[in-house]
Write a protein that binds this ligand. Structure first.
Ligand SMILES: [Zn+2]
Length: 357
């Protein structure tokens, strides 16, 4: 059992005033490849937990083990929040994709749910039956996007729209309209990483067209992700900087070190991150002409970077986003905050939306 503690910056959270057993709450559960973390939100929209409450997710041991981990973390988080099990009205659940809009893991499996027992498995329904509570499902990118949106807009969240791009192994995120996640017919809405973007002026001289894990050529993830960096960007840039210290490393390790190189002002690393920023900016340009959102969020490892680098990266994304004059006057660019807890918190918000009249 593991309970990690980490302070959050959410001004709307509180930890010192346990809710009475009678006040209704919802629980957000973020089930990842290694950990399941949880939070509790009361019916007025206040988070009752301001730190990480998590257990090993055990998804590698299959659905039954993962369910047992959920029961454990649920007990822990309710205790930490001073809330009773009877007070819980609904559960928000998220997992990494791909999964359907109703929480069925993809038939071909998923990186974090690779065991055959998970293929096409209806995770949401299993949790709902076991806990006897309504379970509202989102993928983790959508849940984090919902949390970022709520953090920035607060009481205005239901009247605003936003797009989030979260750079990790892949490029996740989500599209929020009037405070709600756009899911689409099959749950594939907001798969921003696989939107193809113009490559003209982004690629260097002689740089091969980047290919995504999904098979698309020149989509946003093929450039703006850790896997795109390792597979497409780094091999090209190392031909321009053959003496670079990371050239001697295995490609995975080299890719991981690029961010700290960039933070230290390394020329090659900055060129790589500039390409990633341009890719996100071009994706946002498509969003500007598609849903015309109020806000553009960037999340992922860059959030944990040194402040000067974070600012430079967000500014580079903004510079690469082509907006109309009317849009420039109203839109905001921001970082996804509390990324570790964004999935659980966004899931809780989705559950609260579902039970509100
Ligand atoms: Zn793709």
């Amino acid at each position: 059992m593991l309970i990690a503690s980490k302070p959050a910056s959410n001004p709307r959270s509180r930890s010192s005033a346990p809710s009475s057993a009678r006040s209704a709450v919802v629980v957000g559960l973020d089930v990842g490849g290694t950990k399941t973390n949880a939070t509790v939100l009361d019916e007025s929209g206040v988070f009752l937990i301001d730190r990480m409450v998590e257990t090993p997710s055990r998804v590698g041991d299959g659905p039954d083990a993962a369910l047992e981990a959920i029961r454990e973390v649920l007990q822990l988080v309710l205790h930490a929040a001073g809330a009773s099990a009877e007070a819980v009205r609904a559960i928000g659940l998220d997992t990494p994709g791909p999964a359907t809009a109703t929480g069925v893991i993809a038939k071909r499996g998923a990186t974090n749910f690779s065991q055959p027992a998970w293929w096409g498995f209806d995770f949401r329904t299993m949790v709902e039956r076991d806990l006897g509570l309504p379970v509202i499902y989102n993928n983790d990118g959508n849940a984090a996007a919902l949390y970022a949106h709520d953090q920035l807009f607060g009481a205005d969240a239901d009247h605003r729209s936003s797009v989030s791009a979260i750079v990790g192994t892949g490029l996740g995120g989500g599209v929020i309209e009037s405070g709600r996640v756009i899911r689409g017919a099959t749950g594939m809405a907001g798969e921003l990483g696989h939107v193809q973007i113009p490559m003209h002026g982004l690629l260097g001289d002689g740089q091969p067209a980047p290919i995504c894990n999904c098979g698309f050529v020149g989509d946003a993830e093929s450039v703006a992700s850790l896997s795109g960096l390792e597979r497409n960007l780094l091999p090209y840039w190392l031909t321009k900087y053959p003496e670079h210290p990371v050239a001697a490393l295995p490609s995975k390790e080299a890719a991981r070190q690029i961010r700290s190189c960039a933070e230290a002002g390394d020329e090659m690393a900055l060129k790589i991150f500039e390409q990633q920023a341009i890719a996100i900016g071009r994706l946002f340009t498509i969003a500007a002409n598609f849903t015309d959102p109020d806000a553009y969020f960037v999340g992922g490892g860059v959030i944990e970077a040194e402040p000067h680098f974070r600012t430079w990266f967000l500014d580079s994304v903004r510079d690469a986003t082509t907006l109309r004059v009317e849009q420039i006057e109203v839109v905001q660019f921001a970082l996804v905050s509390d990324l570790d807890m964004a999935g659980a918190r966004g899931s809780a918000l989705a559950a609260l939306h579902a039970i509100r009249p």
